[in-house]
Design a binder for this molecule. Structure first.
Ligand SMILES: [Zn+2]
Ligand SMILES: [Zn+2]
Length: 388
């Protein structure tokens, strides 16, 4: 299958560069979605558009199993610093997370699988999930994966797989393992209430800034004093806003932040500890309001699915090319899919040797020879499920 993927390498790179030149941020992927739908229709897929706002679902084949292949399509609000012929043509928007490559590789896999399925060589159904807005939430705090799920994109799916380019790993290698693969993330928003007044008469007021100081200490003590040191977790404060004039004690202070975790039990514990930290406001004579917005769950790679991907990659490139994952608490909303159907995501080495480019950076780029590799692994994995 790698040879077949190699044969369409120019097409893969062509698609990737086209998407790279025309990046669109979360839930704005109109042009990208139109192109994806057009290509899938040309290949004979049954296509649904507008799934989860701007997502596209393309299905081909018959019967069980139904294997979902997810590719995210959104770009980031970053001004590209590269001057390649395929650099972004939209100021301030850039594919700096490689979702252009994910979309191109999924279209490549669709091309190769369409040939196989039309020849009647295999049974089973492949369902491509071209997802909007992996990076951003809509005004209701919801990102692309859960929006697609609400629109039924995963109904009847038996498995779901995905890949993400990885600039820390040399081309030709992938990283995958069973179990927790990326962190869960929730956001919190809080207001601390006091009773403002003159800065010269602090004994007559309840100073919310003073209270906030104590709350910050308590928040920063959650991970170090209240959680098991072997359980990965983060509690971060992202903003603190209160007051304006130097001689006025304000009525309130607004704060927000993020939490990260691998284990749902740790998530629950952090929620309770956030509440306790803010209760200090009451002890000190003020009050508080805390809203926790549930975000993305941790992404848990299913052992059975990992096994299929690992076999596919090993068969193509050898066992020494399948490496263990790198640690990190970054979030990935693919976790919403793999919460519903057994799923797994692998990292695809895309490093430009001698000049590694960081993800979410204005100079991000990939070594495009990874495109045929990712495409071949996707196709072999889907066939692996079909032949299970
Ligand atoms: Zn990203
Ligand atoms: Zn990404």
């Amino acid at each position: 299958m790698f040879l077949k993927a190699k044969q369409i390498e120019a097409q893969l790179s062509g698609w990737r560069r086209e998407f790279h030149r025309h990046p669109e941020t979360g839930f704005q992927e109109h042009r990208t979605a139109r192109r994806v739908a057009e290509i899938l229709q040309g290949l004979g897929f049954r296509v649904r558009t507008g799934v989860g706002r701007t997502g596209v679902v393309g299905e081909l084949g018959n019967g069980k199993p139904v294997v979902g292949v997810r590719a995210d399509m959104d770009a980031l609000p970053i001004m590209e610093a590269n001057e390649t012929p395929y650099a972004s043509e939209r100021a301030g928007v850039m594919h700096a997370c490689g979702h252009d490559a994910h979309t191109a590789m999924a279209l490549g896999a669709a091309t190769l699988l369409a040939t196989r399925l039309k020849m009647g060589k295999t049974g089973g159904t492949v369902r491509f999930l071209f997802q909007p807005s992996e990076e951003m939430n809509d005004p209701e705090g919801v990102s692309g994966a859960p929006r697609m799920i609400q629109d039924g994109a995963l109904e009847g799916a038996d498995y779901v797989i995905a890949q993400h380019v990885d600039p820390f790993t040399p081309v030709g290698n992938i990283r995958i393992a069973s179990g927790p693969a990326s962190g869960g993330v929730d956001s919190w928003f809080a207001t601390i209430y006091g009773q403002g007044g003159h800065g010269a008469r602090p004994h007559e007021v309840v100073d919310p800034i003073h209270i906030t100081g104590h709350v910050i200490l308590a928040l920063n003590g959650i991970v170090s004093r209240r959680l098991d040191p072997f359980a990965p977790a983060v509690v971060s404060i992202g903003s603190v806003h209160g007051g304006q004039a130097e001689n006025v004690i304000p009525d309130e202070v607004a704060m927000n932040g993020t939490i990260r975790f691998m284990d749902p039990a740790v998530q629950k514990k952090i929620h309770a500890e956030l509440e306790r930290a803010f209760e200090i406001a009451r002890t000190l004579g003020g009050d508080y309001k805390l809203k926790i917005e549930i975000g993305t769950p941790p992404m848990i790679n299913d052992p059975e699915v990992v096994d299929v991907i690992r076999k596919a990659a090993t068969g193509l490139f050898g066992a020494e090319r399948v490496l263990p994952p790198l640690d990190g608490l970054g979030a990935e909303d693919f976790g919403c899919f793999s919460e519903i159907a057994p799923g797994a995501m692998f990292s695809l080495g895309c490093r430009i040797e001698g000049d590694p480019r960081l993800i979410h950076n204005p100079r991000f780029d990939i070594d495009e020879s990874c495109l045929a590799i990712g495409t071949a692994i996707m196709v072999e994995s889907v066939l692996g499920f079909f032949h299970k």
